[in-house]
Design a binder for this molecule. Structure first.
Ligand code: ATP
Ligand code: MG
Length: 1063
């Protein structure tokens, strides 16, 4: 579909196009749904979590490239049916590329920007892949076609430049010399505006030449990315085409600059409070993109008539260079690219909002006349005057004196200058063509080699940069590594690559690789240390993350599409080797579940994305001797909230100091930020070469370091339901870590009590006795609640006062402290509507702790909310790990209200009461109506029951008269019915109660272990003790079952008696 929007009459508004691409493999695997739809020049996006919520935007052009296409025999993606809605590369060019070209030929500056999240299709639209050529190559092709067709009327000169902005540094991608430290400088000139000083401008006269320059630029980009260990998706690529048209007849020159910009991926940094980083400089990576957003917003506001004081062009390199494109002398087009998938909703919506702002920008484009041409015009005019004067002097018969000599000298000088201006272009072009020929020979040579030898080719995270580097393995042995000192060495760079990393051997048409000892090599996901023979399409990872695909002998190759082996494939294979593979998200039979858990899928892809970054961070830490290790962890894999629902999973990075065993947990965003800063440090200190700044960084600027903080080690759940019955609960609960590990065993109680204090059960006394705690003082205030305080129907609690204590008795087997004794722990918990969590005091250096921590809570009038909370929630007890040097967690009592007895008041406001009051008025009439209906039904039922009742009474009387001895039974029946249920409930409660105590005994038994230093005597004592405990346990169990049996027998007997009456 190609939708042409309204023409903006007379105004140079930035034109905006939106394009949506097909699903990629990731999205297909995730079973993604398309949330984008297009009609005419409108585009709608649907919120996957709330399908009713849909937003529609209008743009100048919309391109549906998501479906309705097929691949033809030349590999081109074309519409399946003629006139179909699919927008192919040609149709996108027709609207956008042709417009840019037409503007440039008219003498306007023109800019084309591609904006969108990583992988959304920016490079596909701008550069293209294989036969599906993008806007830039097609535009160059058409440009030279036009140049040729117009050569009678004008002489055209085309200069081509290609640069990259990475981390605010400008890299000349066509430079013949090595990269200057710090990149090229951006300067400002009165006439030219901002420009890159020393940027190579290559004169071109054919599209083939441009194509080859682009190839060269991409190659430089790939090696720069490997050298700097950087991700090209975070860099902006700019192509600048300068077109000069000299109209000799009319004596005018038109000059235009065409800026073609493939922007960095627009991923937003999610910066929730928890993810904020102490070191924020990492965001410099996005500085250009952020500033671009700010410039666009300011310009859009200006169009809307808002007062804008300052447009921050100067805040970033990119916006300096694009100043004329945005609000200046240029005709500008933006293509915003979108993923169609539901999982990209947030990013796509943000792209659409960005694009919407961009379309408001108004430019002031004018046709440009070049200063050089003005000079030529001036020189020519001056020469004409000089000639006139000379001829006049001749007519006047004046001889060649000094004046005529001077006039002739000036004339020659001017003519030479004119010729120099004209021939400069020719000269430069010839030089560039010579260069090009050498390059072309290299390319031809490479193509020939590909047809003869096996080779390895690079696979990059950015598909544009994949397959750019090819290393041929000719017959014999070849060293591969950093060293480039022999004719039989293949030079590669990157993190973790050794001088001599491995040896390739090609003998008798078999290729093998032998890693040099100590160097990292992985083949098809499996680390190798010995010689291994390679097969066509084997995947190689050399060093930390040098990914290469092995291409076998030409005879082994088929038409197989190698693009399947992309970066994701490599990383998935590595993750699978670590036991983390997508199959684990499928059921046991390997079937895909109907709806794969989106949170798990997101974690899966994050894991794959971060895995190579973690490997690289580890390598940098090793080389910079930082002594920290990074490890990916899945947060909340085994964690649930207070309702028992799974918590959203996420990726976190565990950072451990090898020596001190200190631990930090970093969020994904923080790690990505830090990784970028690590790259910078590494670049300066290791790659920087001579003169590099190797001074150790102060701690506060060191991206490998952070101040220590308490760590959340895991959580345990204490279900609150028993409180609703006012039954005490004693539990030994497992504290489970984020990945399901047992972090500790916690013994805790929830004890309903009187307002003044604890109601101590027999069981609790037992526990205290066992722990050798004298309870004498504590019990002075205690008033045992009678059996009657236990509620048969928990709803009786509503509106009544509830006091209870949380008792944290002990915490045993602390894994955190077992690993390093200099650590401590605290336990945190938050009850119902308490504003902040409360913490136990810190305890250090102990694997088994006696906490004996009690907190009393009071609900003055139990609300429906609290009641529901007790019925269905658990109290989450969080275990926090402390490390030496980190501050302890402190309970904040702000906003906490206490009773006179120092009990914390919960359930302060009962929202239901509020809401009931508020809604009462509005609901009243409908309730009244329902009540009337109910009343009517009740009346009818009552009449029927009265009738039945009198009939029954008659029957009863006759029975009473007839069978006298049945009387007693009948009387019993009247009182038995409710009391039977009550007995049953009571029996169950007694059973529950005693089972809780039995379970406590069992857990004590489980933990009862001989001390590690115990000798034979000690062991004997242990066995005796154990036997005693076991006996005690079995007796308790036996007694408990016997009581239940007796109770049940009584109830059954009574029931039988009861049914005997009825039978
Ligand atoms: N319209 C399209 N039709 C078919 N395939 C597409 C289309 N757009 C993108 N793709 C494919 O999606 C993948 C990612 O596209 P591309 O490299 O253009 O993304 P990008 O936006 O440039 O990402 P980055 O920010 O990482 O550079 C490529 O494999 C590309 O072939
Ligand atoms: Mg790209």
């Amino acid at each position: 579909m190609r939708a042409r929007g309204m023409e903006m009459a007379g105004k140079d508004c930035v034109k905006v196009a939106v394009r949506v691409r097909p699903f990629n493999k990731r999205e297909r695997d995730a079973g993604s749904r398309c949330i984008i739809s297009m009609t005419s020049n409108n585009i709608s996006i649907q919120d996957p979590r709330n399908p009713q919520n849909s937003r529609t935007f209008t743009f100048d052009y919309t391109y549906w490239s998501h479906s309705g296409f097929s691949r033809n025999k030349d590999g081109l993606f074309v519409s399946e049916e003629t006139g179909g809605r699919y927008a192919d590369q040609a149709s996108v060019f027709l609207d956008l590329g042709q417009g840019i070209l037409d503007n440039a030929l008219q003498g306007y500056n023109a800019t084309l920007l591609a904006y969108g999240q990583t992988g959304s299709g920016k490079s596909y639209s701008m550069v293209g892949y294989g036969p599906n050529k993008g806007l830039i190559p097609t535009l160059c092709e058409r440009l030279f076609q036009s140049v040729r067709s117009m050569q009678d009327s004008r002489q055209c000169q085309v200069f081509f430049s290609m640069l990259e902005i990475y981390n605010e540094q400008v890299v000349d991608l066509l430079s013949k010399t090595s990269r200057s430290a710090g990149g090229l400088r951006v300067r400002e000139d009165q006439q030219r505006g901002f420009y890159v000083e020393g940027l190579r401008r290559v004169p071109c006269d054919s599209a083939v030449q441009v194509e080859q320059l682009m190839e060269q630029g991409t190659r430089t980009r790939t090696t720069a990315a490997t050298h700097m260990n950087a991700n090209s998706s975070r860099s902006h690529m700019l192509i600048i085409i300068q077109l000069k048209q000299i109209f000799s007849k009319d004596c005018i020159t038109k000059q235009s600059n065409i800026y073609l910009v493939d922007l960095a991926g627009s991923e937003r940094q999610r910066s929730s409070g928890s993810e904020a980083d102490r070191l924020k400089e990492g965001t410099a990576i996005n500085l250009s993109l952020t500033t671009l957003g700010n410039v666009i917003s300011a310009l859009a506001d200006m169009t809307l008539g808002k007062k804008v004081v300052h447009i921050p062009y100067r805040d970033s390199v990119l916006t300096k260079l694009l100043q004329s494109a945005l609000g200046g002398n240029s005709r500008t087009v933006m293509i915003a690219t979108l993923s169609p998938a539901d999982i990209c909703y947030e990013e796509s919506l943000s792209t659409l909002r960005y694009a919407e702002r961009a379309k408001r920008i108004q430019n002031k484009a004018v046709v440009n006349e070049s200063p050089t041409e003005r000079l030529m015009k001036e020189l020519k005019a001056e020469n004409a005057k000089l000639l006139l004067r000379l001829s006049r002097m001749g007519q006047e018969g004046r001889k060649a004196d000094d004046e005529t000599k001077e006039l002739r000298r000036l004339l020659t000088h001017n003519e030479l200058q004119i010729r120099a201006i004209q021939t400069l272009w020719e000269q430069h072009l010839q030089e560039a063509l010579k260069d090009w020929e050498t390059q072309y020979a290299t390319i031809t040579q490479e193509r020939r080699m590909m047809q003869m030898h096996p080779y390895i080719m690079n696979i990059n995270e950015d598909a544009q940069l994949s397959g750019v580097v090819k290393l041929f393995i000719q017959e014999g042995e070849w060293d591969i590594g950093l060293a480039d000192n022999s004719p039989r060495s293949l030079c590669i760079r990157g993190l973790g690559i050794q001088e001599k990393h491995a040896v390739f051997s090609n003998q008798q048409r078999r290729v093998s690789i032998t890693p040099v000892s100590g160097s990292k090599a992985i083949v098809n996901g499996v680390p190798v240390s010995k010689r291994i023979e390679l097969q066509h399409l084997d995947r190689l990872v050399l060093g930390s993350n040098g990914t290469y695909l092995f291409i076998g002998f030409p005879s082994e190759r088929s038409v197989e599409d190698w693009s399947r082996y992309d970066y994701d494939y490599f990383q998935s294979e590595l993750a699978a080797a670590e036991g983390f593979h997508i199959q684990s998200l499928y059921d046991d039979q390997g079937h895909r579940p109907h709806q794969p858990d989106p949170s798990l899928l997101a974690v899966f892809y994050d894991y794959i994305k971060l895995m190579p970054m973690v490997t690289e961070a580890n390598q940098m830490s090793e080389e910079l001797k930082k002594g920290v290790e990074f490890k990916l962890e899945i947060k909340n894999l085994a964690m649930s909230d207070s309702k028992g629902h799974d918590l959203e999973k996420d990726i976190a990075v565990r950072v451990t100091s090898v020596e001190s065993k200190q631990v930090w947990m970093w969020s994904k965003a923080k790690f990505v930020n830090r990784k970028f800063l690590m790259e910078e440090v590494y670049q300066q200190q290791v790659v920087g070469g001579e003169g590099a700044d190797r001074a150790p960084l102060p701690r506060d600027r060191d991206p490998f370091w952070d101040p220590l903080e308490p760590l959340h080690l895991g959580s345990a759940h204490l279900w609150l339901q028993s409180l609703a019955f006012r039954i005490p609960l004693e539990e030994q609960v497992e504290v489970v870590g984020p990945e399901g590990t047992e972090e500790a065993i916690l013994q805790a109680q929830l004890v309903p009590c009187s307002p003044t204090g604890l109601w101590v059960t027999f069981l609790h006394l037992n526990v205290l006795k066992e722990l050798n705690i004298s309870g004498a003082v504590i019990f002075i205030y205690c008033r045992p609640l009678g059996e009657d305080d236990i509620l048969i129907d928990p709803s009786e609690l509503l509106g009544k006062r509830l006091d209870f204590q949380l008792v944290l008795d002990q915490c045993c087997g602390l894994r955190w402290v077992k690993e390093a004794r200099n650590r401590g722990v605290q336990i945190g918990f938050q009850v119902f509507d308490c504003p902040q969590p409360l913490y136990t005091p810190a305890v250090w250096h102990n694997v088994n702790l006696l906490l004996d921590h009690r907190v009393q809570f009071t609900a003055l009038r139990t609300s429906q909310e609290l009641f529901s909370y007790l019925q269905s929630n658990a109290l989450v007890l969080e275990l926090w790990g402390l490390q030496e040097g980190c501050s302890e967690l402190v309970s904040c009592m702000d906003g906490v209200k206490m009773t006179q007895e120092d009990s914390i008041i919960i359930d302060k406001i009962s929202p239901s009461e509020h809401s009931t009051a508020e809604t009462r008025g509005s609901d009243l009439s409908s309730s009244l109506r329902t009540l009337h209906q109910d009343l009517e039904q009740l009346r009818n039922a009552n009449a029927a029951l009265t009738k039945e009742n009198s009939a029954l009474r008659e029957q009863l009387n006759s029975a009473r008269n007839g069978v006298e001895n049945n009387r007693g039974r009948q009387e019993r029946r009247g009182s038995l019915r409710p009391s039977c249920d009550a007995e049953f409930a009571k029996a169950l409660k007694v059973f529950y109660h005693s089972m809780t105590s039995v379970r406590g005994q069992l857990q004590r038994l489980r933990r009862h272990r001989p001390s590690e230093e115990a000798d034979l005597l000690g062991l004997r004592l242990f066995v005796d003790e154990h036997t005693y405990l076991l006996k005690d346990f079995s007796e308790q169990l036996e007694q408990c079952v016997t009581t239940l049996k007796q109770d049940v027998a009584v109830i059954v007997r009574r029931k039988r008696e009861k049914s005997g009456i009825w039978s």
